[in-house]
Structure formats: C-alpha cells, structure tokens
Design a protein around this ligand. Structure first.
Ligand code: GDP
Length: 299
C-alpha cells in the first residue's frame, strides 16, 4: 500500500480537460479543479482544508500569464503543485531545533494511545544518535506500567538510556528530574514520552501543559497516526490549541493510509510535519519533505 496511490492517474484526467484551451480562465479551471477536489477528498483530506485549498488554486490559476510553449494543462499542474507544497509547509524538511546554549534540548512527545508515540521516541533517539547527539529518554506514563517497560526495552535495543520513576510521582516532576539528570550528565537531547490516552480530555491536556512548563520544553511534537485521515486534522487542531505544539510526526505512512493527514496538519495548526514514520523498525523514520510528498501525489 502506498499513500496517494492512484491519485496521479485521477489527476491526469483533470489536466487533460484543458486540452485545446489557450489560457486558464474562470470557466475552464472549474472542471479540472473539481477533479482535484474530489481526489483530495478521496484521499481523506478534511473538507475545510480542501475547500480553502481549491479556492487558493482557483484564485492563483485564473489570470496566470500564458507562457509560450506551455500548455494550460501544464500551467494548472504547476499551480496545484506549488499550492500543495505550500500547504505542507514549503521547502525543505524541518528537523529538531537544537538549543545552542549548552543546555539539553527538550523534546516532548504527545499523542493519543496507539498512534506510535513510544515507537517514535525510539526512532527519534536513534536518528539523533546517528547525528552524533547523546540522548536521554524519559518515561512518564505513570498510568501504564507497560508503556514504561516498552520504552525501557526500546532503549536497551538501541543503546539509549531511559530515566523513569516507575509509576510513582507525577509526570511533570518525573520529566523535570529527567532534564536535571541530562544537565548533570551533559546529555544533548532529552526525549520525554508522555502519557497517551484513548481520548483527548482535560486531564491529559492539563498534564501535558504542566510537563511542558516543568521542563521548559523546546519542542512539543504531536505524534499523529496517518491512518486516521481527516480525524488527524481535528486532533492536531485541538492539541495545538491546548498546548501549542511545535510540529508533528506522522506515523504509519507505510500502512494502508490514503495520506490525507499529510495535507491537513499544517493547514489546521500552522505547524510543520517534521518526520514521518514508515514502518515498525527503529530506523523507519524519515524527515518530511513537502516537495517530495507533492511529487508523490501528482506523480
Ligand atoms: P503508543 O501507544 O502511541 O506509544 O504506540 P506504540 O509506539 O506502542 O505503537 C503502536 C503500534 O503501532 C505498534 O505495534 C507499533 O509497532 C506500530 N507502529 C508505530 N509506528 C509505526 C509506523 O510508522 N508504521 C507501522 N506500520 N507501524 C507503526
């Protein structure tokens, strides 16, 4: 399975509608953009995101200057491609922003249970280690001892130390202690695995906020399951509103997903997708490149 599979074929039909046209105008862009709209909805991009996107494409396409030798169909492809890329955050991948004052960079990982948060903690640790950073993982899910054990097992597997206090203490306090330990031991990055719950509730958000404050976190990354499609948009908006995230990690992009979440996250939160998870293994994490995702969508 591949996200956006079949999308480029559908879109080829859209561009073909412009065959024989001399320019792009308010009349002739309607039908192809309707195809684009349908394809995006089928890919499970959330409706408000699609609406705004199509409106922007239409505004930009109509009145585009005709260049000699460039067919209107190609012009519309270019226009949609540029807008898609912009929708996902523009150029290059945005990784972790490291502190440069000698203090450890603190990364909070947030998200609902089962989205792949703990796995992402391990993957990110490994990726940072490969960049030459020392990492400390911190387990704060005091409600699920199994989650703490899972992180410890991952840590052992990839050779990254894990700080935990079992199920004692409260998450902000445990996280703050972890950060202090990292400072004492001159560790570059602290990755805090926070508690996941089945639903967004006030308690989860309150605790996350408190953990963020207690650690002066530099990054708050929301881990989002790509399989949840347009649900991902709503979820991202809620987390961002409650705790202000700095970015997202989109997991399970290798699964049977239609990919829509990749297009919604930025639009609803203003925050970039920084990485994608593309498998269960520890090395299955990739930086997110909007332009590559755009080529994948348009073929
Ligand atoms: P958490 O409850 O959010 O901490 O979720 P876990 O990290 O325990 O992951 C839940 C399940 O999703 C596990 O079976 C993981 O192996 C799996 N998983 C996590 N990330 C990915 C991914 O990028 N691709 C695939 N295919 N599976 C993943």
């Amino acid at each position: 399975a591949d996200a956006f599979a079949g999308m480029s074929d559908k879109l080829d039909k859209a561009w073909a509608r412009l065959q024989g046209e001399k320019d792009l105008n308010a009349d002739n862009v309607k039908a192809p953009l309707k195809d684009v709209r349908r394809a995006l909805l089928e890919a499970d991009v959330s409706l408000p995101v699609v609406r705004r996107f199509i409106a922007r494409c239409e505004e930009k396409a109509v009145g585009m200057k005709v260049t000699k030798g460039v067919e209107p169909g190609q012009m519309l492809v270019k226009c949609v491609a540029d807008e898609l890329c912009e929708l996902m955050g523009g150029v290059g991948a945005e990784g972790i922003k490291f502190r440069d004052d000698g203090e450890p960079t603190v990364v909070l990982m947030a998200g609902l249970q089962g989205v792949g948060k703990t796995t992402a903690c391990g993957k990110l640790s490994l990726a940072l280690r490969k960049q030459g950073k020392s990492v400390l993982l911190v387990a704060t899910d005091v409600y699920r001892p199994a989650a703490i054990d899972q992180l410890k097992t991952l840590g052992k597997q990839i050779g990254v130390p894990v700080f935990d206090m079992g199920v004692d203490g409260n998450p902000p306090e445990i996280a703050a202690r972890g950060v202090r330990k990292a400072k004492d031991e001159d560790i570059d990055v602290v990755i805090v695995d926070t508690a996941g719950r089945l639903n967004i509730d006030e308690k989860l958000m309150g605790e996350l906020k408190a953990t963020k404050e207690a650690t002066s976190a530099d990054e708050t990354l929301l881990v989002v399951d790509a399989m949840t499609g347009q649900e991902a948009a709503t979820l991202t908006a809620s987390f961002n509103e409650a705790v202000e995230i700095t970015g997202a990690i989109l997991t399970k992009m290798d699964g049977d997903t239609r990919g829509g979440a990749a297009l919604s996250v930025r639009e609803v939160s203003g925050k970039p997708i920084k990485f994608t998870g593309v498998g269960e293994k520890m090395d299955a994490l990739e930086p997110f490149y909007p332009e590559r995702m755009t080529s994948r969508i348009l073929g």
